[in-house]
Design a protein around this ligand. Structure first.
Ligand SMILES: *Cc1c(COP(=O)(O)O)cnc(C)c1O
Length: 457
């Protein structure tokens, strides 16, 4: 059961099918453009969408909004220092600000950054500094159905090869994303982190953790990795931070706050460079684009997020939803993680070709039938067409992500999601595809306009 009870409630938007049809048509079948109060269960993202605890709100009320040197900063700094062990910690307003500042200070233009998988803003910030972002996911990640426990790992032999043959394009950093968000939210093992750190040390390349879901990764390590059963998620987290040379953090995930992030570093010179950029673009070193109350609420959130009771229930709730979805015959990316479930839309809707977007078709159907908002991760997100709309590149898989906000929905909400999927899975052939009628050249999935393709296939 949830290890908390509900003190404050917010009504859900209960809509009719006719209202949802009209809303979806109005936004040209792009759920990013729906108003949130047209959505009943919002599984678009787990970022900044968590529920605050009473202790976080109390900490926020007790915050100090002084311009410099606020008591909130010192409280926050003590919590983050103890968690990460890094001597240099800089607050930022969210994860991508930490990426921009660290990469501007650290990366040599023309060099390469290697990663288990770059998150999309991480890749964009690497490329903005004139560097190349290369993903080296482990081979096991390619099999969506296998229950290999650490599909978030980096491919160590590919990493070694890339570090050894770095003559033409030197490697400026290795970024380890925990959990591997771009790779289906799969965890990275401590063994993989340790070996990556060792290779980095040997080649004198810094290893940076993209630590947005460090606590969820630590939880899965205690469940799945030999030798870690008796360790707490807190101990595993501290060990992971200790293996790296620094971190970038989006606290909108495992900080359980609505906004916030930070940079943590061992190297004082690099920290000094980042501090200059921080003051110029985010804010003074003791607030970095955040209010005092944001720092205090983040500090409290970072203490709550490694609580075993919290993590155990988050994992159990995700497994509960995963079990119900499998039971109605819909495949998900296995094994289920914590922050999201990824539905295999390509397999559920084989009659819809990639360039009629099976993922989008399922996203729209979930909204039309259940008022549920989700995200496509398939050929709309990753594919390409030529000027006439003919397919050029398809995504390797047609997936739909159901992100699970922290402490927001209960299992009866998840029952509604599973029931909606069950209804769709009873007659998948009635679901039709979509065609693009308008798009922008970059990050098109945010602004795409579509129309239904009435005759299937
Ligand atoms: C969300 C996220 C980011 C970016 O953080 P924002 O707070 O959204 O700017 C970076 N890396 C990973 C793995 C993320 O999940």
């Amino acid at each position: 059961m949830e290890p908390y009870r509900i003190k404050v409630v917010e009504p859900l938007a209960i809509t009719t099918r006719a209202q949802r049809e009209e809303a979806l048509k109005r936004v040209a079948y792009n759920p990013f453009d729906l108003r949130a109060d047209e959505v009943t269960i919002d599984l678009l993202s787990d970022s900044g969408t968590g529920a605050l605890s009473a202790a976080q709100l109390a900490a926020g009320m007790n915050a100090d909004e002084s311009y410099a040197g606020s008591r909130s900063f010192y409280r926050w700094h003590a919590v983050v220092s103890e968690l990460t062990g890094y001597p240099h910690i800089l607050p930022t307003h969210q994860g991508r600000a930490a990426e921009r500042i660290l990469f501007a200070a650290l990366l040599e233009p023309g060099s390469t950054v290697l990663s288990n998988t770059h998150f999309d803003t991480t890749r964009a910030n690497v490329e903005l500094t004139g560097c190349q972002a290369r993903d080296l996911p482990c081979a096991e990640a390619a099999d969506l159905d296998s229950d290999y426990p650490f599909k978030g790992n980096i491919d160590l032999s590919a990493l070694q090869q890339a570090l050894e043959s770095a003559q033409e394009s030197p490697v400026s950093a290795v970024v380890m994303t925990i959990t591997n968000n771009g790779g289906g939210g799969q965890p990275v093992s401590m063994e993989n982190l340790r070996q990556t750190a060792e290779l980095c040390r040997r080649h004198n390349v810094p290893m940076i953790l993209d630590a947005a879901r460090f606590a969820e990764n630590a939880w899965l390590v205690t469940r799945r990795e030999p030798g870690y059963q008796d360790r707490t998620p807190r101990q595993v987290s501290e060990e992971a931070f200790g293996l790296a040379d620094g971190c970038i953090m989006s606290a909108k995930k495992d900080g359980i706050v609505h906004i916030g992030g930070f940079i943590g570093l061992k190297d004082p010179e690099l920290a000094e460079k980042c501090n200059g950029l921080l003051i110029a673009t985010e804010g003074f070193s003791t607030y970095g684009g955040l209010a005092g109350r944001d720092l205090d609420m983040m500090a409290q959130g970072l203490l709550e997020v490694t609580e075993p009771t919290y993590l155990a229930e988050r994992a159990e709730a995700a497994n509960y939803l995963a079990e119900r979805i499998r039971a109605v015959g819909v495949d998900i990316v296995e094994p289920a993680g914590l922050h999201a479930l990824y539905l295999n839309a390509g397999r559920l809707l084989p009659h819809i070709p990639p360039h009629q977007y099976p993922g989008t078709a399922l996203v729209c159907e979930l909204y039309l039938r259940g008022g549920i908002r989700s995200a496509e991760l398939g050929s709309l997100y990753l594919g390409e067409e030529d000027d006439q709309g003919n397919p050029v590149k398809s995504a390797p898989y047609e997936l739909v992500r159901l992100a699970l906000p922290r402490r927001v929905y209960t299992r009866s909400h998840y029952d509604h999601v599973a029931q909606t999927l069950a209804d769709i899975a009873k007659d998948p052939s009635s679901v039709h595809g979509y065609r693009i009628v308008g798009q922008s050249p970059i990050l098109r999935h945010f602004s795409i306009q579509l129309e239904p393709v009435k005759s299937a296939g």
